[in-house]
Design a protein around this ligand. Structure first.
Ligand code: ADP
Ligand code: SF4
Length: 695
């Protein structure tokens, strides 16, 4: 289909200093968990986006010196010439599709603990960065940079830029954002220097200016030089000569970089989960930048709607539409708009599972796009599917995320698919979870998949169809896929910190009971050791219904695992806003239908809370009764013409939606392959690696 001419402006080229982006789709630097040790994985991940139409694709943070060592978190490096090769495969891959390649040269300053390099972290004034935050906690405090250190930083940046040029990059960054070293100089609370690098805004900007200058000198007229800068905190500070310090900083640097890449200051606001920030949420902070500079400006905002993108361009907020999460969820987003297929965009749901991969130190995972990170390892392409050599008849039981994805992939490969669900609506767990406060956009998991299934000639869909073993065996298919999900149990949490011992009392409920409409009598307590979003959200839901509700957990925080998804601070804010009291480090010691007795995990001290309903959000168990019933009758398979029965998704191992989608995708791609690809990436090994520390 031809492109809708309304979207033509999104496909205009944009000059970035000496280079030209072919369109306005700009994949900004974002963490991928892919270090120099995974060069082919990284190249294929970025190449897929270039192929999908992103005019610029960038690396994540790329350290310029061993004193910027974020381990155990993953990061790239350009510490010496031997690092060049691992990046060159990525730039070549981007260039194959006409995209520009950018590199986010980076020094973490006080944030990094240099756990591997064991160098003292460097900082403007010797203060640790947010030292009570788990990610930044370290016993090794940063030292104060002297003039020689500042000169060394300029050298490292220049050397990094020279190597970036050799690696084939077209855009080279100076990174003054997110608490990293150049940003640390910008912030007056943190930069307490009394020399020419501290005090006035002019002085605090000096380091950033110098880094841009040395980068320009290093790359000459071959690369564009981008400044990535966080503006949230500076914008809150009134300026002496302008509306805010952010205005002053941008005005001082207005002519210097070839591109401004503007963002927020910390992960929870920069990369907020959808439940806390809508599409385009950065605009009120960054909207002024274009008024102060003629240079192009790129920014993000989890843009998935072409109209929202267009509006940013039309209203003069941005010149380039930055994408990190939308480019992970759909590497082919630009191409789909270009080909008039915008209704096929696989929209990011804003769950931030991708970010949890970085915190876990592993290659990126995505709820919506099971192929993210698997492009090279398993040869999975987000848009291309090998046709099955011999189409088979497959019955998929369960229309939740795993069954939907499995059926989609099977259908795209040409198999004859029947998808059945006992419920009267599709979506499985999504039916309840999307009704929880703020989770409506998780419905995109269903919205993306259902239309394909409804229109495919080789798919039959049956709702309101509970499938038993007799039905399945009598169906006459080659394969049965059991995607029947999981159930919440009434298990408690023992003082040994193990799940166990079910609490069966008529006033003990689980999320499944709430999903099926069981009424909750207040006061209620949610006891959560699942630690992801459901416990906190169930408490919010009850509060919204006017029920007096408290939240208790054995963990140290509410929804403790959401530390991994950037949600944790805002989970606490949301619970406080709804009047839900949070009690941490507790186990349940007793419940009689009127009073809940909690016991402190460490001190054993007791707390009694009024409680007429206890909602347990703890252990989920696979609902695999159909699978068990079928495999118990395996001697009947041959007569029934059945070749296999397989469990996928939560029915195999309860997990996040991302796990279920990946599990369904893997079955659809690989069940009929003799030997599915599973490659092991390795670093490029050179032996000229530096023998003295770069000075
Ligand atoms: P997953 O996350 O693995 O996709 P879900 O719990 O979201 O799992 O979805 C499981 C789906 O399976 C639910 O919609 C449920 O109604 C359906 N289901 C469970 N058992 C049966 C069955 N025997 N026949 C048909 N559908 C079933
Ligand atoms: Fe979006 Fe979630 Fe995928 Fe991240 S994991 S890109 S937030 S859908």
């Amino acid at each position: 289909m031809p492109r809708n001419p309304r979207f033509d402006p999104l496909f205009e080229p944009v000059r970035i200093g000496p280079v030209t982006a072919p369109n306005r789709f700009y994949q900004v630097p974002h963490a991928s968990g892919m270090t120099n040790a995974l060069p082919r994985t990284r190249a294929a991940f970025r190449e897929t986006k270039a192929e999908g139409g992103w005019g610029v694709v960038c690396t994540g943070a790329c350290s310029v010196h061993p004193s910027a060592d974020d381990s155990p978190l993953p990061f790239a490096s350009l510490w010496d010439d031997d690092d060049i090769r691992s990046h060159a495969v990525m730039t070549e891959a981007a260039h194959r599709h006409g995209a520009l390649a950018g590199v986010e040269l980076w020094h973490g300053g006080a944030i990094v603990a240099n756990r591997t390099s064991r160098l003292a972290p460097i900082s403007p004034s010797g203060l640790p960065w947010m030292p009570t935050h788990l990610g930044f906690m370290s016993n090794l405090k940063p030292r104060v940079m002297d003039r020689d250190d500042i000169a060394a930083l300029r050298r490292w940046q220049a050397e990094g830029a020279r190597r970036a040029l050799s690696a084939g990059f077209d855009i080279v960054y100076v990174y003054a954002g997110m608490g990293y070293l150049p940003y640390e100089f910008l912030l007056p609370d943190y930069n307490r220097r009394t020399d020419e690098y501290g005090g006035s805004v002019e002085n605090r900007v000096r380091l950033v200016r110098e880094l841009i200058e040395v980068t320009k000198d290093a790359v000459g007229d071959k690369c564009g030089v981008a400044l990535r800068i966080s503006l949230e905190e500076l914008r809150k500070r009134p300026g002496t000569h302008a509306e805010s310090e952010a205005h002053e900083v941008i005005a001082l640097l207005a002519d210097l970089p070839d591109l401004f890449d503007v963002k927020m200051d910390s992960s929870p606001t920069d990369c907020s989960a959808s439940r806390f920030a809508p599409e385009g949420s950065h605009e009120p902070v960054i909207e002024f930048v274009k008024k102060l500079t003629d240079k192009p400006v790129v920014g993000v905002g989890r843009f998935t709607s072409p109209d929202a993108m267009l509006s940013q361009i039309r209203r003069g907020v941005l010149d380039l539409i930055g994408g990190a999460r939308p480019s992970i969820a759909d590497p082919f987003l630009p191409r789909k708009i270009d080909e008039g297929r915008e209704d096929e965009i696989r929209e990011c749901i804003g769950c931030n599972i991708c970010i949890s991969s970085w915190h876990d130190g592993v290659p990126v995972r995505c709820t919506q796009n099971a192929t993210a990170g698997e492009e090279w390892r398993r040869g999975w392409h987000p848009e291309r599917f090998d046709r099955a050599e011999k189409p088979e008849r497959v019955l998929v039981v369960g229309g939740g995320p795993s069954g939907l994805e499995c059926a989609r992939v099977l259908a795209l490969r040409g198999h004859e698919v029947t998808l059945a669900d006992a419920a009267t609506e599709w979506g499985g767990r999504l039916r309840f979870e999307t009704k929880l406060p703020g989770l409506a956009s998780w419905g995109r998991v269903l919205d993306y998949r259902l239309p394909t299934l409804k229109t495919a000639a080789n798919v039959e869909l049956y709702l309101d169809s509970r499938i038993g073993a007799d039905d399945a065996l009598g169906f006459g298919c080659d394969r049965i896929v059991v995607a029947t999900g999981s159930r919440w149990t009434r298990a408690l949490y023992s003082p040994l910190e193990l799940p166990g011992g079910e609490l069966n009392h008529p006033r003990v409920l689980t999320p499944d009971d709430l999903a099926s409409g069981t009424a909750v009598e207040g006061p209620a307590v949610v006891f959560d050791f699942d630690n992801y979003v459901i416990g906190g959200l169930v408490a919010e839901l009850l509060a919204l219904r006017g029920i007096d509700v408290a939240y208790a957990t054995p963990a140290g925080h509410a929804s403790a695992w959401t530390l991994m998804t950037n949600e944790l601070p805002r989970v606490h804010q949301a619970l406080a806003r709804r009047g839900v009291g949070v009690t941490t480090l507790q186990t349940v010691a007793g419940f009689d239908g009127e009073t809940l007795t909690l016991r402190h995990l460490f001190t054993d001290s007791g707390t009694r809370l009024p409680c007429r309903t206890l909602v347990l959000v703890g252990l989920r168990r696979a609902d695999d009764s159909l699978y068990q019933a079928l495999t118990a009758r395996s001697e009947e398979f041959a007569d029934a013409g059945l070749r296999s029965v397989t469990r996928i998704g939560d029915a195999l191992a309860p997990g996040a939606i991302a796990h279920a989608v990946h599990s369904g995708h893997a079955f659809g791609r690989e069940f009929d392959l003799e030997a599915p690809i599973y490659r092991r990436d390795r670093p490029f090994v050179d032996f000229g690696t530096f023998e003295t520390l770069p000075q």
